[in-house]
Design a protein around this ligand. Structure first.
Ligand SMILES: Cc1ncc(COP(=O)(O)O)c(C=O)c1O
Length: 425
């Protein structure tokens, strides 16, 4: 078994902290991954949201090949090239922020968040950062501190200073927008002077936290409160952006203009590329030389990113995303016939099912969820958990998913729940 050999070799050579997954990859195309033994998997994970346009979209692969033949690397602080400027220009054109936007490119999502905080601190002269319950912003020291799940933090402290956490709404578990706003007002009285806060960083739909869309009234109310104290609002769109919610950005659903956004994952189409985009006067606050990085905005990643943005800007792409969202939601709602399905939620095609041991107590069904993922894997469907209790199964299929693939995926998911011990009426 070629797959098992590779998994064994990884066990021996790769640090265990990086996790040893059971899936090996020989090739990938659209929504399908084929492993080293020739087994086919329907991919509803997409590298955790990196393949919104599917694996290896043809136009992206062609642009990468073209760039590879020209040059591979230029440090963008030493020399400039078309694709870097193109990606920034296109991001600025689709920016949800007020007025003119400017952009800065990074290697990863975490690096984008780090830079958004640097820019906000530079623009405001303030030290503190406001984050929220169930947030995920990355694994670097600052972004790990900003993240709210112990598995990502255990043994890695001490953490970065000046990070303050407020409640976030979770209607299914009884935390309303009112509760969250009240909690923030209390934080401003008890823990941190709001006038010392540079920015608040929030995922419009929390990803790792359990695919929790912020209620429609919450973000406008939050923004009003932040404005009162001159706190900048950063929308972390690394998972919810690039068409994932059926709109270019998750924040588009809320009628609020953020000051900055962070972008990553699908932006590079599979190559490492992140970005901070935002109001030009804020983006220009750091002095020349204050932002940078050896590989950030690498020419090959930018060649991919430029085509990805073209594809995402086509109205047909968003229409396709919205239609997939409707069909996927319909299919998941039907699965409420399984007793342990406690909640079906999300925005557009960014959807999840929260599993509970019974609907009255809503106790998180963590072990059931883990068995469901394993059963789905054996049946050739890739799914991923999320949520503080890892009891939320999230769906991140490519927006290009066909009806047949969707039907197949939903059928395997239902079979897997039953095989894992869930009860179907
Ligand atoms: C909302 C959000 N922010 C930041 C990150 C970190 O991105 P990266 O893993 O590219 O550093 C992630 C990754 O999952 C994310 O979902």
């Amino acid at each position: 078994m070629k797959s098992q050999n590779l998994i064994d070799a990884r066990e021996q050579h790769v640090a265990r902290g990086a996790t040893n997954p059971k899936l090996t990859v020989a090739s990938a195309d659209g929504a399908v991954i084929t492993d080293l033994d020739g087994k086919r998997y329907l991919d509803f994970v997409g590298g955790i949201g990196c393949q919104n346009l599917g694996h290896n979209p043809k136009a992206v692969v062609a642009a990468i090949h073209e760039q590879v033949d020209k040059f591979l690397h230029q440090m963008n602080m030493v020399a400039t090239y078309d694709s870097y400027v193109d990606v920034c220009r296109k991001l600025n054109e689709v920016s949800p922020c007020a007025g003119q936007s400017k952009s800065f490119l990074t290697n990863s999502g975490a690096e984008a968040v780090e830079n958004a905080v640097k820019i906000a601190r530079s623009a405001t002269g303030r030290p503190a950062v406001l984050v929220f319950d169930r947030a995920f912003h990355g694994r670097t020291l600052l972004t790990m501190t900003m993240t709210a799940k112990i598995v990502y933090k255990k043994t890695f402290g001490p953490f970065a200073p000046e990070v303050y956490r407020a409640p976030a709404p979770y209607p299914y578990r009884g935390i309303s927008s009112d509760d969250a706003i009240r909690g923030l007002e209390f934080l401003f009285k008890a823990e941190v002077d709001p006038e010392s806060i540079a920015c608040a960083v929030l995922e419009p739909v929390q990803g790792e936290g359990g695919f929790l869309p912020m209620p429609l009234d919450y973000i406008p109310r939050l923004k009003e409160l932040l404005d009162r104290y001159g706190i900048l609002f950063v929308a972390d769109e690394i998972q919810s952006g690039c068409g994932r919610t059926g709109s270019m950005w998750g924040i588009d659903h809320y009628g609020v203009q953020p000051d900055l956004i962070t972008v990553g994952k699908t932006l590079g189409g599979g190559l490492p590329l992140g970005a901070v985009t935002g109001r030009a006067e804020l983006m220009d606050a750091p002095h020349p030389g204050g932002l940078g990085g050896t590989f950030s905005g690498n020419p090959v990643s930018c060649a991919a990113g430029s085509v990805i943005l073209d594809e995402l800007r086509r109205p047909e792409t968003m229409e396709m995303a919205r239609q997939l969202g409707d069909r996927l939601r319909g299919g998941l709602e039907d699965l409420r016939r399984v007793d342990e399905v406690g909640d079906v939620r999300g925005l557009g095609p960014m959807l999840a099912v929260e599993l509970v041991s019974d609907r009255a107590s809503k106790a998180p069904a963590t072990e059931l969820a883990s068995r469901v993922l394993a059963e789905a894997f054996d049946r050739g469907l890739l799914l991923l958990g999320s949520g503080i209790y890892s009891n939320v199964v999230r769906f991140l299929p490519p927006l290009t998913l066909t009806d047949d693939e969707l039907g197949e995926g939903l059928e395997i998911f239902e079979q897997s729940m039953v095989a894992a011990g869930a009860t179907r009426k």
